[in-house]
Design a protein around this ligand. Sequence first.
Ligand code: FMN
Length: 350
Amino acid sequence: MIENRKLDHVNIVIEKDVNAHHNYWDDVTIIHQTLPEINYDEIDLSTDFLGRRLKYPIIIESMTGGFPEAKKLNETMAKVAAELQIGMGVGSERVLLKNKDVIDTFSVIKEYDIPLRIANIGAPQLINQKVDSQVTDEDLSFIMDALNAHFLDIHLNFLQEVVQPEGDRNAKGIEQRLYQVCRNFPVIIKETGAGIDYNTGLRLKRTGALALDVAGVSGTSFAAVEYYRAKGMGDKKRERLGQALWDWGIPSPVSVIQLKNLAMKIIASGGIRNGIDVSRALILGADLAGMAGHVMKYASLGYDQLLEEMEMIIEELKAVMFLTGSKNIEALQKKKYIVQGQLKEWLSQI
Ligand SMILES: Cc1cc2nc3c(=O)[nH]c(=O)nc-3n(C[C@H](O)[C@H](O)[C@H](O)COP(=O)(O)O)c2cc1C
């Protein structure tokens, strides 16, 4: 069931438009620097993230693994991540704990020289759900070793759990369990498309997590993904729920602006489509920009197509750095921006 679900997700993301109806990154405008006083050829796009050196401030977000086609997708993304020296995560490794035979669909990424590899598990699996099913520390060591991971992503995905038919809906006790896990593992806590607000960010920081990945509203909506799945299954109730919650959550830029005040590493994700969005994310205070849905569409086409698209995104980021007079990422992060429209409205009321 889980494997089919992950395959469904990938197919739906490739074939349908499952984005939020408004992309809030469009409400951020970067101010042009008419006299940049830097040399384009000397612009340094590299960055350090929790001790890992990346050539560009970008990661491919956690997406897949656990079924045959996922191996090829992960390998395509891994090759690109190694070529560009950017970060990469894999999809939830829950399936691997149930079926060790699928290990190569995840571990394939360790064959490539990726400077930042991230293992992945869902927060709901850290506690008991309907049966005694809690993922143990031993399990977590196993899923990290499978990819020789530098960090462990723990994802919060309650929007998805509430919409999907087979969802894990017990969230009681997760916060306490996160304290335990963060003592023993280098943890990044991430959302999956519904964002994180300041107070939750503060609670998550206190658990001992090293970084937060916001994955807010603007891009892939898991309510939308589950809407299409439910429709395919003829499940009218879940279809309606998915549609009703399509745009549920906190916009990605709102999360970044709020969480940067926590003085911890922040990954901006949710709706990043191009190098201008990457620049917007960094200017708003993020340390890295993460991309999932956009990458998956190109990964499904093949290595050359994904590499070309990622190189284009980097080119756009470099152009913005030049046009803002930013000789490195740190300089870009200090530049000015204005917010308009729905994002301005959010910021004035939250
Ligand atoms: C096909 C697909 C599968 C995903 N699976 C996972 C997953 O297993 N674990 C996870 O933490 N996030 C998962 N995500 C969420 C992404 O990592 C990301 O946080 C979210 O999609 C927002 O980014 P985007 O708007 O660029 O797609 C998945 C996203 C997609 C598109």
